[in-house]
Design a protein around this ligand. Structure first.
Ligand code: ADP
Ligand code: MG
Length: 370
């Protein structure tokens, strides 16, 4: 087990156009021993670069990284411990297994690099294969195995050296949804057995929430918010985090005399909006499953009209027009309202956010292009 400490870590890359991109921007973070910690954020936000710096595959532009009580990268002192001496296990998104080596040799590889004696090597490989349900597959080649089994080889290879830290970079992204779910549990089970600290990188919020003790949401190289999954879901720091952690509506509104009015409407919302100022314009954020869909004015709520109705597996999704804006609402299958119906929306647990600048969205898109 080991804690991981990042102090003022920054990484800049030269871009093809001759400029610079700050892939990781003054990152400060302490991950506790034995914690499962997720990095969540859109493509290009700097997740992989951060992990590669922790692993030692990437130099720092500024800052320090510590594993346990040991500094492993300190820019100021030009201190740099190579990846093989950091005591880490790693699994990456692409099935990084060697096609020309059989399962045994794929898993044995890190031990061969360390010149482990053959008896000990065999014992360690067989134990790692046992923990990843690959016993019996030693002689098979990766191409004989399914995607899930190939990713298990990568897991076995990561645990074979008994690392104190496990870095997982979107390890489940190439798997089908059912397999992804079962692999999540396998990873958690392995962590229980071996007690390693995990950093799990993903762009899938449900995966992060299911696996993590704590997590952070990154955007454009910066940590926007860090905390326990539930705390983050219930108290998102801004519009970006709110939108990233679940389905969302952002209704343009104005605050006036203690009430919130959808833009263009003289009728206010019937419930309070957390964080709303006394006056001014902004957004009301709401989740489709937290809006109450009424059929009569007597039930209260803002008047709207069902534009579209979609049958989903767990609910009926309505697209409701409110004062020229569309709001997504989830309701039960029973007695579903037909398209064109008048309805009344009650906003529950709604939150106020200042609108994000259009430039932010543009910059995010540009960063995705490597
Ligand atoms: P993520 O893993 O969150 O998708 P990355 O860490 O891969 O993001 O990338 C962060 C930013 O750094 C992106 O803008 C990407 O284009 C840039 N980047 C990453 N690696 C390199 C590199 N080797 N050279 C130049 N730019 C890079
Ligand atoms: Mg990545």
């Amino acid at each position: 087990m080991s804690r991981i400490l990042l102090k003022n870590v920054t990484k800049q890359f030269d871009t093809r156009g001759g400029g610079k991109v700050t892939a990781v921007d003054n990152f400060n973070l302490e991950i506790k021993e034995g914690e499962c910690f997720s990095f969540l954020g859109p493509s290009g936000c700097g997740k992989t670069t951060t992990l590669r710096m922790i692993a030692g595959f990437e130099d720092l532009t500024e800052g320090e990284i510590w594993l346990g009580d040991r500094p492993v990268s300190v820019k100021e002192k030009n201190l740099y411990v190579p990846p093989e001496d950091r005591g880490l296990g790693m699994v990456f998104q692409a099935f990084a297994v060697w096609p020309h080596l059989n399962v045994f040799e794929n898993v044995a590889f890190p031990l061969r690099v360390k010149k482990t004696p053959s008896g000990e090597l065999r014992e360690k490989v067989m134990t790692a294969l046992d923990h990843t349900d690959l016993t019996g597959a030693e002689k098979a080649f990766p191409s004989d195995l399914s995607g899930g089994e190939q990713q298990r080889i990568a897991l076995a290879r990561a645990i074979v050296t008994s690392p104190s830290v496990m870095l997982l970079d979107e390890p489940l992204s190439n798997l089908d949804p059912k397999l992804r779910e079962s692999m999540r549990f396998e990873i958690k089970a392995l962590q229980k057995k071996f007690n390693f600290t995990i950093i799990f990188v993903t762009h899938d919020q449900s995966e992060a929430m299911a696996l993590s003790d704590r997590m952070l949401v990154m955007d454009m190289g910066k940590i926007i918010q860090a905390g326990a999954p539930r705390e983050m879901y219930e108290q998102p720091a801004n519009q970006f985090v709110y939108g990233f952690l679940g389905q969302s509506n952002f209704l343009k509104v104005r605050a006036s005399e203690g009430k919130i009015f959808p833009a263009g409407s003289e009728v206010s919302l019937d419930s309070p909006v957390a964080g709303a100022p006394e006056g001014g314009e902004g957004l009301t954020a709401s989740r489709p499953n937290e809006i109450i869909l009424g059929r009569t004015a007597g039930e209260g709520g803002v008047r709207g009209r069902v534009e579209k109705r979609l049958y989903m597996t767990y609910c009926v999704e309505y697209h409701v027009e409110v004062a020229g804006q569309t709001v997504r609402v989830h309701g039960p299958h029973r007695d579903a309202l037909p398209e064109g119906s008048e309805c009344f929306l009650g906003f529950r647990n709604a939150r106020w956010y200042d609108a994000e600048s259009a430039e932010a969205e543009l910059e995010r898109t540009e960063r995705q292009v490597i």
